[in-house]
Design a protein around this ligand. Structure first.
Ligand code: 1CP
Length: 358
């Protein structure tokens, strides 16, 4: 792999010395950008954007043309795997993702197979290859997947949910069937992420957006155990370069020590835990990403700057990386792009003093 011009993000994750704190933003390519809205309206649908390597790559690059971000994240979605399993993903405007063939019983689970990433999901791999070509080694490209548990919630609920009644009913009444589903998903995610790494991504994230709705015991057996299995089976190096792995479980502040034991390189935090507490609890075992409340971007510039300073100060001085700045969840679609610029510039401007060794 050729050397990247800006590898600050990877160095921070691998706890190597850096000059400033790198930043990328969850959902940095998306609806808050007018250029995204234009490309999306021309293409007709969100899925047609994901399935076109040219458009996916174009949208991945859009925020990088505006802002000095330190990483690119592939424009795609976590629901590509269930779609490739034949569940029929579609988006109803204002209602989020939906499946026309959701999973409702063990017979449905037995029917689904492990998608071949270079066949049913080849459009994702082509988007990665196209994006790497366009990036010309300027920045690292992040690949991702949903966690088995989070994908299972969408597949069983048939879409977005508030109460998670169907998946919880299945989990408590049919634990063997639920584990069969989670195992098939874990095997699919291993193949999918390894293919992304071979196609050129420099780092991967597993999004476990809904792990935080579980009890501690159920989180360990229905979510964390499968993320651990995935980590154990991922390619950890490509052409001699280490591929850092990040886990994000929303609402997982109480489980950080357990997450740090999985073998991941970094934990992405939501905004509910002070980053100083998280750092104290995981020590130098893993790097941390986060963790500004996305709603701070509605505030006036002084308040945004103040919050950035608080988080940097809470993480504290480091002469060996370990912190990547981010929001604690995805950016809201009605945030002003100008506020995003102030946010990124502030991180770059004030973070060097937390890294200087002299
Ligand atoms: O234009 C539109 O209306 C589509 C909105 C949209 C976008 C921009 C969806 C539908 N997905 C995406 C892109 C996306 N999704 C990215 C792109 C890369 C980036 O710039 O960051 C990523 C990483 C995701 C991941 C994703 N999708 C997650 C995990 C992270 C998280 O936000 O918690 C989840 C849960 C989804 C499901 C999904 N897809 C789309 C929506 C609106 C949702 C969330 C639905 C829900 O709240 O349940």
């Amino acid at each position: 792999m050729n050397r990247l011009k800006n590898d600050c993000y990877l160095r921070a994750l691998l706890k190597q010395p850096i000059d400033y704190t790198p930043i990328w933003i969850m959902r940095q390519a998306g609806r808050y950008l007018p250029e995204y809205r234009t490309t999306r309206s021309i293409s007709g649908s969100f899925l047609s954007l994901c399935k076109s390597p040219e458009l996916s790559s174009e949208i991945t690059l859009q925020p990088l043309r505006r802002f000095p971000l330190d990483a690119a994240i592939l424009f795609s979605d976590i629901l590509t795997i269930p779609d490739a399993m034949g569940l029929g993903l579609y988006f109803k405007s204002g209602e989020g993702p939906k499946f026309s063939n959701p999973i409702s019983c063990i017979a449905d689970i037995k029917k689904i197979g492990v998608p071949d990433p270079e066949h049913e999901l080849q459009y994702v791999m082509n988007a990665i290859r196209q994006t790497c070509k366009e990036l010309k080694n300027a920045l690292p490209l992040i690949g991702f997947s949903g966690s088995p548990w989070t994908l299972a919630t969408y597949m069983v609920e048939g879409g977005t949910s508030k109460k998670f009644t169907k998946i919880k009913k299945m989990m408590y009444r049919e634990p063997i069937a639920t584990h069969l589903l989670l195992n098939k998903l874990a095997n699919s995610i291993i193949e999918y992420l390894n293919a992304q790494i071979k196609a050129g991504v420099h780092s991967v994230i597993i999004f476990d957006t809904w792990g935080g709705i579980l009890t501690t015991n159920d989180y360990e057996s229905f979510s964390l155990a499968y993320m651990k299995k995935i980590i154990n089976n991922l390619i950890h190096e490509n052409n001699g370069t280490r591929i850092p792995i990040t886990l994000f479980t929303k609402n997982s502040g109480i489980w950080l020590e357990k997450i740090a034991e999985t073998g991941c390189d970094s934990i992405a935090l939501d905004w509910t835990i002070p980053i100083s507490d998280a750092k104290y609890r995981v020590g130098r075992k893993v790097a941390l990403q986060g963790n500004m409340d996305p709603s701070i971007l509605y505030a006036k510039p002084e308040r945004i700057r103040e919050e950035v300073e608080t988080i940097l100060k809470n993480f504290g001085y480091t002469n060996s990386g370990g912190h990547v700045f981010n929001l604690g969840h995805g950016i809201h679609s009605d945030v002003e792009p100008e506020s995003v610029r102030i946010f990124i510039e502030t991180v770059h401007k004030i973070s060097p003093k937390y890294h200087r060794s002299t």
